[in-house]
Design a protein around this ligand. Structure first.
Ligand SMILES: [Cu+2]
Length: 115
C-alpha cells in the first residue's frame, strides 16, 4: 500500500493538472484497491440513459467519445460498479459518467445526472 501511494505520487507529478483535480478521489480508490490505475486521469463523459437493468446491474448509455477507452460515440451496455447507482438515474436522463475496464468488463464507476 505504501508502494502504491509512492507510485501514485510519482505519477501525479509526471502527468500534472488533469490528474490533480480528481487526485483526492482516486487516492481513496487506490487505498481501497491497493493497485495502480493507469486511467486515473479519466474525466466525465456525457451520455443519455437508454435502458436500465437493475437485476443484472447494467445500464445502456448513448455515450459521447470515451477518450480513456479509445471509443467513439455509440449506444452500448455497461456494467455498473454499484447497483445502487442505478437508483440515481432513469431512462431519458442526461448523465455524466466515467467508464473503466474492470476485470475485463466495461464498468461505469461514476455516474451523475446533468441538467
Ligand atoms: Cu461504447
Amino acid at each position: 500500500m505504501k508502494l502504491a501511494s509512492t507510485l501514485f505520487a510519482a505519477l501525479a507529478l509526471s502527468t500534472g493538472l488533469s490528474l490533480h483535480a480528481i487526485a483526492a478521489d482516486d487516492m481513496a480508490k487506490l487505498g481501497a484497491m491497493g493497485e495502480m490505475k493507469s486511467d486515473a486521469a479519466t474525466s466525465m463523459t456525457t451520455g443519455e440513459v437508454k435502458k436500465i437493468d437493475k437485476d443484472a446491474g447494467k445500464i445502456t448509455i448513448k455515450h459521447g467519445p470515451l477518450a480513456n477507452l479509445d471509443m467513439p460515440p455509440m449506444t452500448m451496455v455497461f456494467r455498473v460498479k454499484d447497483p445502487a447507482m442505478l437508483d440515481q438515474v432513469k431512462v431519458g436522463d442526461k448523465i455524466g459518467f466515467i467508464a473503466e475496464k474492470l476485470n475485463g468488463a466495461l464498468t461505469v464507476t461514476k455516474l451523475e445526472t446533468v441538467k
